[in-house]
Design a protein around this ligand. Structure first.
Ligand code: GUN
Length: 288
C-alpha cells in the first residue's frame, strides 16, 4: 500500500489561522502589532524566495514585516551594527538574518549579535542552551514544524526510535535536542547519523520515524526504510528536473506508512513556526 501523505500545506494554513486569531486578540489588548524584521545580504535568488514567503505569511497573520536587503559586500561589522539597531528598535520584536551569508562574514558572530529576546530562529547560543536544558524560550522553526507535522497527524514520537540523517545546526542537532526532551510531543529515542556514520542503512532501517536532513537529492532510498516507518523529508534540492527532497519519494512511498511531499511538507510549517515565535517574542517584550 502507498504511504499516507503528511500534508504540510494544509496543516500550515490551519495553524496560521490559529495564529492570526491570537495576533488579532493581542493587538486588541495591547495596541501593538507584532513585527518581524528580515535581513538579506546579497541577492541569492533562493533566499529572496524564502524571505518573500516569510513576509507574505506574516502579513496573512496580521503581523508587520520589515525587510532590508544589504549589498553583498557589506562587512561583518556593518551587519552587526545593522542588527544592533534592530535590537534597540522597540517596534521590532523578531529578527531574522537569512542564511547563508556571504563567505567573508562569520555566521556565528552575526547569530551572537542578534538579541536573544528577538532571536526567532532560535540560533543564539543562549536560546540553544535553553532548548538543550529543557527550558526553551523559542523552539527552532524547522524542528518545531517537524514535531507539529507528526503530532497533529496523530503520530506521537514518545518511545519511538527517531533516526535523523544530517547534523546541521538548523535541523539535525536542534531536532534531536527537541525530541529527546522529557516533554509532550517528544520523549523519543533519538539517533543522529551523518557523513561519517558506519552501517548507515542498518541504522536507518531501525527507525520508526526517519528524518532526512542531509541536503542531497534522493539520498534516502527504499532499501533504507523499515516497512511501515514514517518518513519526514526536510530536504529542498534544486535539480535539473526541478525541486526535489532528500528522499527518493516514489519507491519510498511504497514502503513507508506516512511520508511528506517536497514541496508542501515541512517547508510551510517552518514558516508557520517562525510566525509563532514572532508572536511569542512580542508577547514577552510587551510584558516587560
Ligand atoms: N536559511 C535556510 N533556512 C533558514 C532558517 O531557518 N533561518 C534563516 N535565518 N536562514 C535560513
Amino acid at each position: 500500500m502507498t504511504a499516507a501523505i503528511l500534508d504540510g500545506k494544509t496543516l500550515a494554513k490551519t495553524i496560521q489561522a490559529e495564529i492570526a486569531t491570537e495576533v488579532a486578540e493581542f493587538i486588541e489588548h495591547h495596541g501593538v502589532v507584532p513585527c518581524l524584521a528580515t535581513v538579506l545580504v546579497g541577492e541569492d535568488p533562493a533566499s529572496q524566495v524564502y524571505i518573500r514567503n516569510k513576509r507574505q505569511a506574516c502579513e496573512r497573520c496580521g503581523m508587520e514585516s520589515r525587510h532590508t536587503t544589504l549589498p553583498a559586500d557589506t562587512t561583518e561589522q556593518q551587519l552587526i551594527d545593522f542588527v544592533t539597531a534592530l535590537n534597540n528598535d522597540p517596534g521590532v520584536h523578531g529578527i531574522l538574518v537569512q542564511l547563508p551569508l556571504p563567505r567573508h562574514i562569520v555566521e556565528a558572530n552575526i547569530l551572537l549579535a542578534v538579541s536573544a529576546a528577538k532571536d526567532v530562529d532560535c540560533f543564539h547560543p543562549e536560546n540553544v542552551g535553553r532548548l538543550v536544558q529543557g527550558a526553551p524560550r523559542f523552539l527552532p522553526c524547522t524542528p518545531h514544524g517537524v514535531q507539529q507535522l507528526l503530532v497533529r497527524n496523530g503520530i506521537d514520537p514518545a518511545g519511538k526510535h527517531v533516526v535523523i540523517v544530517g547534523r546541521s545546526d538548523i535541523v539535525g542537532k536542534p531536532l534531536a535536542n527537541m525530541l529527546v526532551q522529557k516533554a509532550p510531543g517528544a520523549d523519543a529515542t533519538v539517533t543522529v547519523c551523518h557523513s561519517r556514520t558506519k552501517n548507515l542503512v542498518e541504522i536507518t532501517r531501525q527507525a520508526d520515524i526517519l528524518v532526512a536532513a542531509i541536503g542531497r537529492a534522493k539520498f534516502i532510498t527504499a532499501d533504507m526504510v523499515k516497512p511501515g516507518a514514517v518518513v519526514i523529508d526536510v530536504g529542498i534540492n534544486r535539480t535539473e528536473t526541478g525541486l526535489c527532497g532528500d528522499v527518493d519519494y516514489g519507491p519510498v512511498a511504497e514502503v513507508a506508512s506516512h511520508i511528506t511531499p517536497v514541496p508542501g511538507g515541512v517547508g510551510p510549517l517552518t514558516i508557520t513556526m517562525l510566525l509563532k515565535n514572532t508572536l511569542t517574542a512580542c508577547r514577552d517584550q510587551a510584558a516587560k
